[in-house]
Design a protein around this ligand. Structure first.
Ligand SMILES: NC(=O)c1ccc[n+]([C@@H]2O[C@H](COP(=O)([O-])OP(=O)(O)OC[C@H]3O[C@@H](n4cnc5c(N)ncnc54)[C@H](OP(=O)(O)O)[C@@H]3O)[C@@H](O)[C@H]2O)c1
Length: 350
């Protein structure tokens, strides 16, 4: 990309060179999020430095490591988290998503100068701290499913943030999306007694319901009171934990309907793309002792844990379907990505 909003092109650029603290990977596979075209054309207002090789979190095979990198070896299969932090122990760190967005601060812009390019490429260079080695990843027979680990880690990070315990009732709002599908699989694997899944697309809700009898679909009508009532009908006395992974919605009613369906001492974790402010029910939060938390991306411990759950079979990726594209079909991948959510997703294998 030479400029945000200008036409992009697939072409040869110089190979990324390994540098101190860095790791160069051959990109194995990267998910193309459903909203990628809107990111690249500037519609979503992401902070993209140009010129740029864009691209989010990916799975790569280590090619070369900086001389001060000791945790990774050539040949390792790694999840490359695009989240990179300035790492301040005191004060508020800046966080960028390499190849994807920054925070708009001057320091974030400096970080993006150094760690700029992302994963829609044959090779990429990441800070070593962004990488999680996937033990046994090199022998995994379906590399096109590996990028789903990023979705699982983001969703599971949200469940962890909400303190999920086995036997709880989890409500996944926006479950028909990619993070929602991942959140449903993670909540099932973590022993939720019931997973209430909300969304608009009936086919995607049916696919989730087919995963396990513990999954209860609730179609979203858009009316706050009736959506809350429909959710409550599927619970004993409200949900313990809301994982809100919905995209930007015209109003906040879908999210608030779910907050209204939390039980005493329930927790709402906000992970999705809603850009409005939420008018939270002050009295209800106080009397019901509710917690509202945010969750952003994931850490290495979560990435490793979801990978081991996948390897153990506790998270079964069989229901996930990847539609694979190479770089020459980048435009087709963007189009396909826009029409796929939930347990189906578009993958670039450069
Ligand atoms: N916190 C983080 O770390 C993090 C990381 C990555 C992404 N995100 C954000 O998470 C959001 C979801 O990502 P994704 O990849 O799962 O997206 P996605 O696959 O496109 O899913 C979007 C979900 O939102 C629902 N939705 C969209 N418009 C709606 C509307 N007007 N009313 C009701 N529901 C609506 C969709 O429901 P239907 O399909 O049933 O219509 C679907 O369930 C994105 O907006 C992204 O910015 C957050």
């Amino acid at each position: 990309m030479e400029k945000v909003g200008a036409p992009w092109a697939v072409r040869e650029v110089p190979d990324p060179q390994v540098r101190p603290g860095g790791v160069v990977v051959d990109v194995v596979a990267v998910r193309v999020p459903s909203y990628t075209r809107q990111v690249l054309d500037g519609e979503l207002g992401y902070d993209l430095p140009t010129p740029l090789v864009p691209g989010p979190t990916c799975v790569g095979r280590v090619r070369a490591v900086g001389e001060d990198v000791f945790a990774h070896r050539p040949g390792d299969v790694v999840l490359c988290n695009s989240l990179h932090s300035s790492g301040d122990a005191v004060g508020s760190p800046d966080e960028i998503l390499i190849g994807w967005t920054g925070t708009g601060s001057a320091r974030s812009a400096r970080m993006q100068q150094v760690w700029r390019h992302g994963s829609f490429a044959e090779r990429a260079c990441y800070p070593a701290s962004c990488l999680t080695t996937l033990p046994g990843g090199a022998e995994w027979s379906r590399p096109e499913l590996l990028p789903f680990l990023a979705s699982l880690a983001i969703a599971d990070g949200g469940l962890r943030r909400g303190g999920l315990r086995g036997g709880q009732t989890v409500l996944v709002n926006g479950a028909t999306g990619n993070l929602g599908g991942a959140g449903t699989l993670a909540a099932l694997a973590r022993g939720a007694v019931r997973v209430i899944v909300t969304g608009r697309r009936a086919d995607a809700l049916a696919a989730l319901a087919a995963l396990d009898p513990r999954v209860r679909p609730v179609p979203l009508s858009g009316d706050r009171a009736s959506d809350t009532a429909a959710i409550l009908e599927e619970t004993d006395d409200g949900a313990d934990l809301l994982l809100d992974v919905i995209a930007h919605t015209p109003t906040t009613d879908p999210t608030l309907a779910c907050v209204d369906a939390l039980r005493l001492r329930g927790t709402a974790v906000l992970v999705g793309g809603v850009r409005h402010d939420l008018a939270l029910p002050y009295q209800r939060i106080q009397r019901r002792q509710l917690t509202v938390a945010g969750s952003f991306m994931f850490d290495s411990a979560t990435a490793l844990e979801v990978w081991q759950l996948v390897r153990s079979g506790a998270i079964d990726l069989d229901p996930v379907r990847a539609h694979v594209f190479d770089l020459d079909r980048f435009e087709a991948a963007l189009d396909r990505a826009a029409s796929l959510t939930g347990l189906e997703y578009a993958v670039l294998e450069p």
